[in-house]
Ligand binder design. Sequence first.
Ligand code: ADP
Length: 406
Amino acid sequence: MNVLVVNAGSSSLKYQLIDTVTGEVKAKGLCDRIGIPGSRIDHKTADGTKWSKEIEMSNHSVATKILVEVLTDPEIGCIKDMSEIEAIGHRVVHGGPYFSESILVTDEVIEVLKKCTDFAPLHTGPHLMGIAGCTSVMPTTPQVLVFDTAFHQTMPECAYTYPISAEIAEKYQIRRYGAHGTSHRYVSGVMNEILNKEDSKVVTCHLGNGSSISAVKGGKVIDTSMGFTPLDGLVMGTRCGSIDPAIVTYVMDREGMTPDEMNNYMNKKSGFLGLTHGFSSDCRDLEAAIAAGPEDPHYADANRAINVWAYQIKKFIGSYAAAMNGLDAVVFTAGIGENNSRLRALVCENMEFYGIKIDNEANASGAGSALAKKISADDSKVAVYLIPTNEELMIAQDTARIASAL
Ligand code: ADP
């Protein structure tokens, strides 16, 4: 089945056309600056040919119309007719407490999705615009929502409950929701196929610009590091992750910050960026400064940031092994997890107590591998794998499954 995977942001719309039988990405692209002067579409065909055009896109409906024109273009397109798009799958950042699995778009579902605006104010509105855009251009094509939070809905109460007053938690539905669920589901699914074991105990480390770690027991999430929002958990590119909550009011008070300013500080100015005195949020820059040696002006900051990061990941792996009463496998994925062998090794060093032992050669040659790659030593009790994530394929497969049952 040909599925159009859509990831709609406030002024952008990323798309991929995926053949779910072969897994082939037939085309992908980005409609950017929607509703802003200078809007453009960047399109890439299956053979890697790039094509771009500046074209006015006043809203998501216009953007959808244009991307469909590009997909069906006799020169650069990959399908003859719009009817060859058999279903549309939308990436949705937050399903709140309402959605625990992917679901077909109906009027009722749209109404419930609107309620998720409270949890993801910056994302839900754009998602609704993306769905409306697709409905206006392809009114009879089934659409499916795939939620970043859904995979985490299996967490037990003890893992998702924050110890604040029950009244406030109930009033505002404050609990751990998690994020990156589609990625954790994909890589843990691949890992479980390899393990082929009932009640497997897997820790999945999605380490990118945003990072999260999940404990997946028997294919179900029992805990995850991101929380009520994606600010919780690990130190990230610009996000602070978990900190003593008292720091928030302390700094606001001393620095005269408003809640919005503090929110911005924790989300955009902390993490690697904050730890390196504003040098960089990109782990590659930190790695370059470390590689350059102590003479580099950012060497000390970069080292400190990476040490904080690696130490936190170790603690999560250890605590999740305790939560699952064991550990069969650790999986690394996303930008940092897939591409940096030094950092994978740093996280795994001195973890023999848990039965983790890396094969340095396999680890070093892992980058760029398209498939799952074992990087643990043969005598490691815990299997360690690098598994490139593929959220779009997961969205396409869910969409095909739901649409083909109609
Ligand atoms: P996002 O969270 O935005 O989806 P990605 O999963 O694409 O991010 O990861 C992007 C991040 O991956 C970059 O910000 C960069 O820090 C990191 N990254 C990519 N390649 C490397 C590398 N070779 N070494 C270290 N970090 C890397």
